[in-house]
Design a protein around this ligand. Structure first.
Ligand code: NAP
Ligand code: MG
Length: 499
């Protein structure tokens, strides 16, 4: 299946039917206002679909459905063993429809079809299976007491969960939220990004086919300012799990404080350092990870390794190898299986990335690889990678999240300086470190203030490990692992006096 050709995927994409209405209470329905939003293919600029533009009234309806079904208990009080079966069926249906989902994702977000097929869709399946598996294996507790009391500490689903997700991993981010929330017994109102609603709508349909009761998984496409804000401010929403920018993350804290103090989990941006010591070992290997760290998903990745902090004695050799690796990352049509860098999500985001490249030059950083707009004739938003050398950490290209294929290289002299540079950032989502010295690996990885530190690789860990940030990168619970399951449960103490 993964060995298709560009022609094959083009043909398949022409025959795809997208769902364009909101999915509320088990049915596809237009927005109450009748409004739609235009969804474009970032690789061509062409219109893909007009999708329901939900606003507060639609969110109200979705929350009411979610609340009603939660109260009825068809999902929330169902035995975990039953829920497990449904989640496994859900995962299987995603797997059965992998190609449709991957093509929709590539068309909608501009990401390479090979990534959508080999990463986004299978990881989504794996995530659902992971939470299906723990759904009936996390035990409650009995607290130690005297014999005249039984004290039970039990988990309960929290209620109605709002999931508000970004455009860079539309399917996977949605599944990272809904899989643990469903496994814990919650009802959900999912709002995909306005730019990428297509896979989430398919998700609603497949969940329903798998046996998720009506009203448990609702999908409301719409704008952030309307549908997103309505979820944030809704008194019937008990928790919001958000992935996106720090700026909008702050808004959710405000929405919660001005409404019902709903629980908020934030996964926000990053400016992750990659620290390479002089004993890093095989520099070809290091360079290949650096290239994928900044180029994967067009650099539109919150854990993108965008600051390369390298010992000055190996900097020039490493930089040469990094440039050679980057040359192996062709920019192209996302439907071409050989493409490794697809299209930027939208023309205004492309402009933002191009403006940062200009800014880097103005700030006096040295351009080691020019980068810039490419494949203009396609009508799409393509940017080839740029690398800046001798960047100072005070420059805006070193401080601000670019969310594109732009790497800032910063040499250091002493290890302590490298650590200062690594931590001198407002963000703290991820970091990587290269050294063959065990003592340094332990000492430095503990000293870096970030939620995920990968040593001798570029990695976000796997489903068994929590994912989320320090500082402006996040707040609240973590995605993935048992911790994400905890995000979507309340803890109740039942204290029983025996007479
Ligand atoms: P964004 O603007 O923060 O959008 C994220 C979500 O919030 C979208 O669904 C968006 O809807 C919604 N939203 C926007 N304005 C809102 C408002 N006023 N009230 C309520 N909801 C609102 O971020 P983005 O542009 O989609 O994604 C890029 C950013 O997300 C980057 O900064 C990146 O670092 C971060 N990100 C973080 C992670 C992580 O795991 N930490 C993962 C991926 C991305 P619309 O689409 O309609 O605007
Ligand atoms: Mg918006």
């Amino acid at each position: 299946m993964n060995t298709g050709t560009l022609e094959y995927f083009r043909e398949r994409s022409a025959s795809l039917n997208f769902r364009t209405e909101a999915f509320i209470n088990g049915k596809f329905v237009p927005a109450l206002s009748g409004e739609t939003l235009a969804v474009h293919n970032p690789a061509t600029g062409e219109l893909l679909a007009d999708v329901a533009a939900c606003d507060a009234a639609d969110v109200d309806m979705a929350v009411a459905a979610a609340r009603a079904t939660f109260a009825r208990g068809h999902w929330s009080r169902r035995s975990p063993q039953d829920r497990v079966q449904v989640l496994h069926r859900f995962a299987q249906l995603i797997e059965d429809n992998a190609e449709d989902l991957a093509i929709a994702e590539a068309l909608d977000s501009g990401k390479p079809i090979s990534d959508a097929l080999n990463v986004d869709v299978p990881e989504s399946v794996a995530t659902l299976r992971w939470y299906a598996q723990i759904g009936d294996k996390v035990y409650d507790q009995i607290a130690p007491t005297g014999h005249d009391v039984t004290a039970m500490i039990i988990r309960e689903p929290i209620g109605v969960v709002g999931a508000v997700v970004p455009w860079n991993f539309p399917l996977l981010m949605a599944v990272w939220k809904i899989a643990p929330a469903l496994a814990a017994g919650n009802s959900i109102v999912l709002k995909p990004a306005e730019l990428t609603p297509l896979s989430a709508l398919l998700l609603g349909e497949l969940g329903s086919k798998a046996g998720i009761p009506d009203g448990v998984l609702n999908v409301v496409p719409g704008f952030g300012e309307t549908a997103g804000q309505a979820i944030g401010r809704h008194d019937g929403v008990d928790c919001v799990s958000f992935t996106g920018s720090t700026e909008v993350g702050r808004m959710f804290l405000r929405y919660a404080s001005e409404s019902n103090l709903k629980r908020i989990h934030l996964e926000c941006g990053g400016k992750s350092p990659c620290v390479v010591l002089d004993d890093a070992g095989d520099l070809d290997l290091v360079a290949s990870h650096i290239a994928s760290g900044i180029l994967w998903n067009q650099g539109e990745n919150c854990t993108a390794s965008s600051r390369l902090i390298v010992d000055e004695t190996i900097k020039d050799v490493l930089l040469e190898k990094v440039l050679a690796q980057i040359a192996k990352w062709p920019v192209g049509n996302p439907l071409d299986p050989s493409t490794k860098i697809g299209a930027m999500i939208a023309p205004d985001h492309m402009k933002k990335v191009l403006d940062y490249i200009e800014l880097g030059k103005d700030e006096g950083a040295q351009l080691a690889l020019a980068g810039g707009r490419t494949l203009t004739e396609t009508g799409g938003s393509f940017v080839s990678p740029a690398v800046f050398d001798n960047v100072r950490n005070s420059m805006r290209i070193a401080r601000e999240e670019i969310f594109g294929p732009v790497l800032a290289v910063m040499p250091f002299d002493a290890i302590e300086d490298a650590l200062i540079l690594a931590n001198d950032t407002d963000f703290g989502l991820a970091a990587s470190l290269w050294t063959r010295d065990l003592d340094k690996a332990h000492r430095i990885s503990r000293a870096i203030r970030a939620g995920v530190v990968s040593v001798n690789c570029y990695s976000e860990g796997n489903l068994n490990t929590p994912f989320g940030g320090y500082k402006l990168s996040g707040f609240g619970g973590r995605d993935k692992s048992v911790m994400a399951f905890d995000n979507y449960t309340e803890t109740k103490t039942i204290w029983i006096q025996h007479h």
